[in-house]
Every structure is written in C-alpha cells, then in structure tokens.
Design a protein around this ligand. Structure first.
Ligand code: ZN
Length: 133
C-alpha cells in the first residue's frame, strides 16, 4: 500500500456555521458542503494547501458525530490518509492482522472511497483511509 498524504482532518462540531467563524478569521473558505445520509452528517470542505479540514455536523441525535460530541465534546474526530488503492490497502492491513472497522470500502463525502481502521489498532486515533476517484 502507498499512503500519499494527509487527505483531510475531520473535526466534529455542533454547528458548521458557528465553527466557520474561526476558520474564516484565518482567511480559509468553504468550497462546498454535502450531506451524507448514511453517516447522518453534514460536511463542509475547507481546503488548506493540498489537504482539507472537514467540519462534521450531525444531522441526527443518534448519528456517530452526535455520539462523539456527547462523549468527547467538539474536536478532532478522525484523520484521513489518502491511499492510491484502497482495496489493496485493506487487503494488506487484513493480512497484517490490523483491526478494521470497514473491511470493504464505502462511500465518503466528496465522492471518495473510504474505510476506517479501528482506534484500538492505531493507538487511539480513528484513521480513515481515503481513495479519491
Ligand atoms: Zn473523513
């Protein structure tokens, strides 16, 4: 497998609109938003160099982002590493005995193929693998 770069950092927020005020002070701009129904989340994309910050706002009280905020408060929820071939990456990690949340890639915001690695396997960080198509 080949990790190319940090694709994005996912930040759980109560309100995209409220959180944006800070990023706008930095001169950063949202280039788009998307609602991902399956993950009960609304995502705002903020490019930073050739990576992105993604603000994640829950669209339902039982969604994963709502649960994260309930437990931890707002803050960094995951770090996404861009890989060139997500299927090959997942196969390789499985062979190496790495615990995965997703054994198969699924749809991610922005049209990427994504899969999560279990935080128990990574030292406590939720790592997303992302292949941009
Ligand atoms: Zn992500």
């Amino acid at each position: 497998m080949k990790v190319k770069k940090i694709d994005h950092i996912g930040i759980a927020v109560k309100s995209i609109e409220e959180s944006l005020k800070f990023y706008e002070l930095l001169g950063l701009k949202v280039v788009g938003t998307e609602e991902v129904g399956e993950q009960k989340v609304r995502v705002a994309f903020i490019p930073v160099g050739d990576s992105e910050i993604e603000l994640l706002e829950s669209t339902a009280p039982d969604g994963p982002i709502a649960r994260f905020i309930e437990k931890n408060g707002e803050g960094i929820q995951h770090i996404a590493l861009q890989v060139d071939n997500i299927k090959a990456a997942l196969e390789e990690l499985k062979e190496k005995g790495v615990r995965l949340i997703d054994e198969e890639p699924r749809y991610g915001a922005g049209g990427a193929s994504i899969a999560f690695v279990h935080p128990k396997a990574t030292g406590g960080v939720l790592i997303e693998l992302s292949e941009r198509t």
